[in-house]
Design a protein around this ligand. Structure first.
Ligand code: ZN
Length: 294
């Protein structure tokens, strides 16, 4: 079956998860190559099998090379212990999962394969078309879409789990789409994250040698006062042929003033520290009121 056909069938079976990006009405049907809302607005499926929800093109700074570098490192297991831990935190019953900032989709793929036979339903979205075009090629029973974090094209209280790996948040939107008692699982870097790479980029007395996660963490805890925190730190052995991809996977993260290490220096990075903090918040026990959708 063609990818677009698979995406259309998947969406038709899960219409209740979506809402119109134009008028916020429920989605009523899949017709031709479009998802149609009750008021007749159409959102198109791309021929590669993903839904495109943006109403104006995003200022998309990430290109295919970046996502290909990410994919190689992630598929080599760079974040696998994190995805295994997230899988352990989920109830064993079937979950409806939204993966925020899904990129090229490999972390979501690893999470779902840890939960094989759980009967989960999953959507991954990203603002980057280059990332989602790669994600849609994964052999995965999930739907990918290009969408904006600030205006999620999903219905109120429609997901039991929202996950995000090193990605920005919009807590108001997450609260809206999470079902009562749903889980928000957010992974942020710890101070030692990629310290071997940082040591090549910044001088010894530079604050950026260590990642300060306090403001992100405080904001999360302000929204979810009963949040659970799980630190996870390990060494990732970087395959020789992927060491230069470490720089390519996040070129904008380091800022213009960072040094650019040469190939010889990068090739010596035989292992890097992955220092992550998994934050788990629980949505309130009440469904969001309809006016929070406005
Ligand atoms: Zn509409």
């Amino acid at each position: 079956m063609k990818r677009i056909e698979r995406a259309r069938n998947w969406t038709r079976q899960h219409l209740r998860l979506f809402r119109c990006p134009v008028c916020s009405a429920p989605c009523a049907d899949v017709s031709g190559n479009s998802l149609i809302c009750e008021n007749g607005h159409a959102t198109d499926f791309n021929k590669h099998g993903y839904l495109y929800f943006l109403r104006k093109p995003a200022n998309d700074e990430y290109d295919t090379a970046l996502f290909e570098a990410r994919r190689k490192l992630i598929q080599a297991g760079m974040f696998l212990p994190i995805m295994k831990e997230i899988a352990r935190q989920l109830p064993s019953s079937p979950q409806t999962i939204l993966d925020v900032g899904t990129g090229e989709g490999s972390p979501l793929c690893q999470l779902l394969s840890q939960r094989a036979d759980s009967g989960d339903t999953a959507i991954g979205f990203d603002i980057s078309r280059a990332g989602i075009a790669l994600a849609a090629q994964l052999p995965l029973d999930a739907l990918f879409c290009v969408a904006n974090l600030r205006e999620l094209p999903f219905a109120n209280a429609s997901f039991t789990v929202v996950t995000e790996l090193f990605s920005p948040s919009d807590y108001r939107e997450f609260d809206r789409v999470l079902a009562p008692h749903g889980l928000l699982i957010k992974v942020i870097p710890g101070p030692q994250h990629l310290r071997e790479l940082r040591a090549l980029l910044f001088p010894e007395d530079d604050d950026r040698r260590f990642y300060d996660n306090s403001s992100v963490r405080n904001l999360f805890e302000a929204h979810y006062p009963k949040a659970k925190e799980m630190p996870l730190c390990y060494e990732f052995s970087v395959p020789v042929d992927l060491r230069c991809d470490l720089m390519r996977m996040s070129p904008l993260q380091w800022g213009a003033s960072a040094r650019v290490p040469n190939t010889e220096e990068l090739k010596k990075l035989d292992s890097v520290t992955i220092d992550a903090l998994i934050l788990i918040g629980t949505a309130s026990s009440e469904a969001p009121s309809s006016d929070s959708a406005s």
